[in-house]
Ligand binder design. Structure first.
Ligand code: SF4
Length: 677
């Protein structure tokens, strides 16, 4: 057939800070390899003309030989990826029949839709909710990642989106504080902005539990112990107040209830805190001096790892307190960068209502995503649909999740691109279309913008977008005529674009994206925040919490370590194993610093057993210079290709963070025992 070359704007839909916008070239008439290449947009100030190393080989992933191209029905026992191919009609018939039986016997609310941000497109994530609404089913809500910090900041500011991240390169920014964020490995575009700022003379402080690449480049690096970051912040706040360097006028004018918190800070016992932190005071003093030198010109960029703790939201509030006491808000070169998705909410609300068919007043039964294991344990769910999500890899307390998915009376349907840890427990697997093949709209969480993904053709006729699958299932179930299931993804996208302000739509059509801010934009420049009285609300800020965790750290055995489980540089959670298979060895290992390896009488490559009250597994010891004493690192999100049975989440607790109900993945200790004898 004659070639038909087409260009389409696309956005990387990975659960990533970048949301890179690109121009994709396609040959729509090619038999299989229709997508030709993608050019990251130079005009987009964040994408800035480059992709990260993870996704340089987009095309290889799209047409990978292991991509699922047929529906699958379980052949072997649950726990293995043994299936037989069936056509889509047969798979959907089986699911529909099962759903009907379950509805008759247990009611529609016993059917659960579980999803997360595996594809960050709004249509991909939320359009299946139309199905669960029509059915009367239950859905998961919330996430497992940054919600604790969002809730903490929202308590203070009425929103968790406070600062425009392009301000990192504003000439007024003289100091950047990166708190618990590995920008060099996980957010290459922000890292590039910081390099630019550094080139122009901006100072850099990094606080982290790992000496990451960006930490090595910083003017000051401070090691933090997970779950104790608030204590560092409290020390700084105490110094500010004792030295009368807090901005009293700012506090009087723009905050509510600042006096009680000032009193509490005065009473803090510096000696006790420094003893717990086991830090060189000189470092804290340097931090303090830089903050005071660059008062009114300092931006904080706080990472999500800091709040992966039972008290994550409160920890973030304590860190934000430094910026509040300094009055570092609402001016060029100041602020707190965390999650920026709240900026877009007012514009996206009508789209969300349209995509889901659900309005704010009219919700459907929901369970918190982080509580999925506990909810499944209760036996009230008999069927689960999993899409955009790999719970058997990413949820905490995996042994419990595994047992729940093994239950005979839970029918599991998974829609995905590749076989993975969750498909091992599926009764039916539906092959998914790639993001590149689905029309969608993306609203990133780091750079406040909206961008488009114009889906190109998929060469595999059985692969379905999430909406297409639920649409087919809806029609099979014969629930009744419903206009919500007469549209296709393109029509939903078209409607969504029409719901946006005209200038947003024009920019999206013309450039592929609309940006909310440029580098000079200062959100909340009038310092009126969306709280009940427009002031920063300090009433709920607590300084005394987390003692149980501090006690368990203090009382731990000598072979016991605080476990951290960051993502690996080349993977997005459990994704991308197909194209980065030369790094898979990293998932075999427990990383420790030299001093700890020596202390345990081990050497690199020794096999050890890692265990805690939730699970145990064997790993090889690996030395790393990025960690300090007492911390063990195992990478999260084992790709299925790695052939490792032990996912670090067998050790992580499923008690949610208390304010936002996200995962408290870092609140855990493990013991390491040698297997030499
Ligand atoms: S994974 Fe992230 S940084 Fe990499 S291309 Fe996608 S959005 Fe960009």
């Amino acid at each position: 057939m004659k070639s038909k070359f087409v260009e389409r704007f696309g956005t990387c839909s990975k659960d990533c800070y970048g949301s890179c916008v690109f121009l994709g070239s396609w040959n729509d008439n090619a038999e299989e390899f229709k997508f030709l290449e993608s050019v990251p947009q130079k005009s987009h100030p964040f994408t800035n003309g480059f992709f990260c190393e993870k996704m340089n080989t987009r095309k290889e992933l799209l047409y990978h030989s292991k991509r699922l191209k047929h529906s699958l029905v379980r052949k072997g026992k649950k726990g293995s990826n043994e299936f037989q191919k069936v056509n889509n009609d047969k798979a959907i018939n089986i699911i529909a029949k099962k759903a009907q039986q379950i509805i008759e016997n247990f009611g529609p609310e016993s059917i659960l839709g579980a999803f997360n941000a595996g594809n960050y497109g709004l249509i991909s994530m939320y359009s299946p909710i139309r199905f669960f609404k029509a059915l009367g089913g239950t859905i998961t809500s919330g996430g497992i990642c940054n919600e604790g910090g969002c809730a903490g900041l929202k308590d203070l500011f009425g929103t968790y989106s406070i600062t425009n991240p392009l301000q990192l390169i504003n000439p007024e920014t003289h100091l950047i504080v990166i708190w618990g964020s590995d920008l060099s490995d996980r957010n290459s575009h922000s890292y590039s902005l910081i390099k630019q700022a550094r080139h122009n003379g901006t100072k850099l402080i990094v606080l982290d539990s790992r000496r990451t690449q960006i930490a090595k480049e910083a003017d000051l690096f401070i090691y933090t112990v997970p779950g104790t970051d608030h204590l560092i912040s409290q020390l700084i706040c105490k110094y500010l107040i004792e030295n009368h360097l807090h901005d009293r006028d700012f506090l009087i004018k723009y905050t509510q209830d600042y006096i009680p918190i000032i009193k509490k800070i005065r009473k803090l016992n510096e000696e006790e805190i420094t003893k717990i932190l086991d830090l060189e005071l000189e470092q804290i003093n340097t931090f303090f001096n830089l903050l005071t030198e660059y008062k009114n010109h300092t931006i904080f960029n706080i990472g999500y790892g800091v709040q992966k703790d039972f008290y994550g939201g409160k920890i973030i509030q304590n860190i934000a307190l430094i910026q509040i006491l300094l009055g570092n808000l609402g001016k060029p070169g100041t602020g707190i960068i965390y999650s920026q998705s709240d900026f877009l909410k007012p514009f996206l609300q009508p789209l969300m209502e349209y995509i889901t068919g659900v309005s704010i007043e009219n919700t459907l039964p929901q369970i918190n995503l982080i509580n999925l294991g506990k909810e499944l344990q209760s036996n009230k769910f008999k069927m689960i649909f999993v899409y955009n999500f790999n719970p058997l890899s990413s949820l905490p307390n995996l042994n419990n999740i595994k047992n729940c998915f093994l239950k005979k009376d839970l029918f599991v349907v998974v829609q995905d691109l590749f076989l993975n840890a969750t498909t091992k427990f599926a009764d039916i697997v539906i092959p998914s279309k790639f993001d590149l093949e689905c029309s969608d709209i993306i609203s990133p969480y780091y750079i406040p913008s909206i961008s488009i993904n114009n889906g190109g053709p998929c060469p595999y006729p059985n692969c379905l977008s999430n909406f297409e699958f639920f649409q087919k299932l809806y029609n099979n179930l014969c629930i009744g005529e419903n206009p919500e299931f007469n549209e296709n993804d393109n029509q939903i996208l078209e409607h969504c674009l029409n719901l946006l302000p005209p200038n947003f739509k024009d920019n999206i059509i013309r450039n592929g994206y609309h940006l909310l801010f440029d580098i000079n934009s200062v959100p909340f420049s009038g310092l009126a925040f969306p709280t009940f009285n427009n002031k920063i609300n300090l009433k709920n800020v607590k300084l005394d919490f987390g003692d149980d965790w501090l006690n368990s750290i203090r009382k731990r055995k000598k072979n016991s370590f605080i476990l951290i489980s960051p993502s690996h540089k080349y993977y997005i959670h459990s994704q991308l194993g197909q194209i980065h298979n030369n790094q898979l060895d990293a998932f075999n290992k427990v990383f420790l610093c030299e001093e700890d390896i020596t202390f345990l009488h081990l050497k690199e490559g020794d096999k050890v057993n890692v265990s805690n009250y939730l699970g145990q597994g064997d790993y090889f010891v690996a030395r790393t210079s990025i960690l300090t004493k007492g911390i063990a690192l195992i990478y999260s999100g084992v790709p299925i290709e790695s052939k490792i049975n032990f996912n670090v989440n067998i050790f992580t607790p499923d008690n949610p963070e208390e304010l936002g109900f996200s995962g408290s993945y870092n609140s855990t200790l493990v013991e390491i025992n040698s297997l030499k004898h």
